[in-house]
Design a protein around this ligand. Structure first.
Ligand code: PMP
Length: 332
């Protein structure tokens, strides 16, 4: 018999998929970790589970307690689902600019949703800071207490990738992995997976694929946090070195414009049947850049972060793309 104990046991152990066109075009094996197949349809299920288990272990999250978090959506969905499975309520603070589909999903999971204006991190009303304050208030008020998940600076997040994503990739490739690259939201995926792979082989090249509007490309390339341009991708694009990113073993940095990433998302759906969100396009574009840098014959792994239906009203909406001056495929 092969039976999993509900939702919690079905997080992780995702397949590693060979991406046909990217591999053919570069002469490398370009592999995508299929994180969109997690039960909450994103890579963030892993961090959500680790953050909750860590808080339970520490005794800060008690039966019937409340989980509070500021999120672009995916972490919130993971927290709400794992919370439902383990008996915790969730209160999610989300910037109003995030996709309607993610907000609808959060509401249907039973999370209490608080939409706030999308303002920079330095603003006290930024969603992350707002959620931290709210958690403090609720911790004092709620009968069973409340915790702040704090995914950006809580390293239980990257531990999920040190203990699961990285080792899974190592095993799935029989240790024959030459490069790993992905974008950064909190940095948990990149730092944790990068650390796990470097620990097993210090020659594995770790790359960051940074979207426009984020400050990390310039930081890892030139030592200066500097942002330029914008991106329609969600869940990625960081302006500071989070605790999860500290000591991340990063060898290569690439800056990926939406014009390069979005056609990849459309082609992956049309030609390979993979329905993915925008950050997956940034990641695969980054893997192609790293492959070109390293030359043919290498195996490069990236992350297929979340499921595309989450962005039907934006990324897959020709009117939205036109308004942003971005190309839409004629079949859309
Ligand atoms: N892609 C998407 C769609 C996300 O929601 C996130 C998480 N915010 C990421 C990528 C980045 O993952 P991490 O937080 O581990 O850097």
């Amino acid at each position: 018999m092969d039976i999993k104990n509900g939702l919690v046991d079905s997080i992780g152990n995702t397949p590693l998929l060979r991406l046909k066109r990217a591999s053919e075009e570069t002469g490398c094996e370009i592999l995508g970790k299929a994180e969109f197949l997690n039960p909450g349809q994103s890579v963030k299920d892993r961090a959500a589970l680790y953050i909750i288990q860590d808080a339970v272990k520490r005794g800060t999250l008690k039966p019937g307690g409340v989980i509070v978090e500021g999120t672009a959506g995916n972490t919130g969905i993971g927290l709400a689902l794992v919370g439902n499975a383990l008996g915790f309520r969730s209160v999610i603070v989300i910037p109003e600019t995030q996709s309607q589909e993610k907000k609808d999903m959060l509401r249907l999971c039973g999370a209490q949703l608080i939409e706030v204006p999308a303002v920079p991190y330095k603003d006290p009303n930024n969603y992350v800071k707002y959620s931290g304050r709210l958690a403090e208030e609720l911790a004092a008020k709620e009968p069973n207490g409340a915790i702040w998940a704090n995914q950006f600076d809580n390293v239980a997040n990257r531990l999920a990738h040190i203990e699961t994503t990285g080792p899974e990739i190592w095993t799935q490739t029989d240790g024959k992995v030459d490069g790993f690259i992905c974008a950064v939201g909190t940095g948990g995926t990149l730092a944790g997976t990068g650390m796990a792979l470097k620990e097993r082989n210090r020659n594995v090249q770790i790359g960051i694929a940074d979207p426009m509007g984020a400050a990390l490309y310039h930081f890892y390339k030139h030592g200066e946090l500097k942002a330029e341009g914008t991106s329609i991708t969600e869940g990625i694009g960081q302006g500071r070195i989070t605790a999860n990113l500290e000591d991340a073993p990063i060898d290569q940095a690439f800056q990926i414009p939406d014009e390069e990433a979005l056609p990849i998302v459309f082609d992956l759906l049309k030609e390979e049947g993979l329905c993915l969100g925008g950050s997956s396009g940034i990641n695969v574009a980054g893997a192609i850049r790293l492959a070109r840098e390293m030359g043919p014959g290498h195996t490069i792994v990236t992350v297929l972060c979340d499921y595309g239906t989450r962005y039907q009203s934006k990324l897959f909406n020709p009117a939205f793309l036109k308004e942003k001056g971005l190309p839409a495929p004629d079949w859309l």
